[in-house]
Design a protein around this ligand. Structure first.
Ligand SMILES: Cc1cc2nc3c(=O)[nH]c(=O)nc-3n(C[C@H](O)[C@H](O)[C@H](O)COP(=O)(O)OP(=O)(O)OC[C@H]3O[C@@H](n4cnc5c(N)ncnc54)[C@H](O)[C@@H]3O)c2cc1C
Ligand code: FES
Length: 213
């Protein structure tokens, strides 16, 4: 959870993924969408911010043996799966989607971290024309889905479509968060066992556990 402690507005911290670690720093990869991310662009070395974490769970990589990992990322969801690609030591096929080619970042680096990289854009400006989920569906056609394990992070619509692919695996919820520590219930996701908190019980959930409207 990242906030700017010198300011009362915006009051709430925002959730961000741990993207990558350098020697004495960690990097956050972010898209400018609102107040906090706009203010983040103005931060300079030596400025202070309020950071709480690490919080929540991670993608489990146990149980991958014998299955081919498919990693699916939409937009800035790539920040979440970037360390996962490292943990899967180059064995995953990455499907990375955006609206246009300009949305797709770090593609050269991502290629070296994965066994295959399929880009997908809705306007066809790079790679497969369509969504990244469409590209995964095409990849799975005629193959036994039990041979694969899927990891997905992106907007809710993408996670819903990914959950319906019929492949076992995990999704990372992008539910909005307020406290980040399981107290406010602002990040509730519906599951067959009642509501769970994306910040504390997730954000990673097994496919099938999150019920979409
Ligand atoms: C677990 C988790 C990890 C995240 N990791 C990252 C990350 O690594 N990098 C990153 O850039 N973002 C990440 N996000 C999303 C980020 O927290 C939000 O985009 C955040 O609200 C930005 O704050 P803001 O003040 O700039 O925008 P806000 O003022 O909060 O929102 C501005 C506009 O963006 C819309 N918006 C807010 N959140 C989202 C969203 N998730 N998807 C689409 N539209 C949204 C709002 O409805 C509003 O219209 C993550 C979210 C979660 C839950
Ligand atoms: S953000 Fe408060 S309970 Fe999850």
């Amino acid at each position: 959870m990242f906030g700017l402690n010198s300011r009362k507005d915006p009051f709430l911290k925002r959730p961000f993924c741990y993207f990558r670690k350098k020697r004495n720093t960690i990097d956050i990869l972010y898209r400018v969408v609102g107040k906090v991310t706009t203010l983040m662009t103005g931060l300079r070395a030596g400025d202070t911010a309020e950071v709480m974490g690490p919080l929540g769970n991670c993608y489990p990589v146990e149980g991958v043996e014998g299955r081919k990992p498919i990693v699916l990322a939409g937009g800035v969801g790539i920040a979440s799966v970037y360390p996962l690609l490292g943990a899967l030591v180059g064995k995953a096929h990455l499907f990375y989607g955006g609206r246009t080619a300009r949305d797709l970042l770090l593609t050269g680096e991502l290629e070296s971290l994965s066994s295959g990289l399929t880009l997908a854009t809705e306007d066809g400006s790079a790679g497969f024309r369509g969504t990244a989920v469409d590209a995964v569906r095409a990849h799975l056609k005629g193959r036994d889905k039990r041979d694969f394990i899927l990891y997905a992070c992106g907007p809710n619509g993408m996670l819903k479509a990914a959950s319906a692919l019929g492949v076992d695996g995990y999704i990372a919820s992008e539910e909005k968060m307020a406290c980040g520590i399981g107290v406010c219930l602002g990040c509730a996701v519906r599951t067959p066992a009642g509501y769970k908190r994306a910040c504390k019980d997730g954000p990673v959930f097994p496919i099938g556990e999150v019920l979409f409207d």
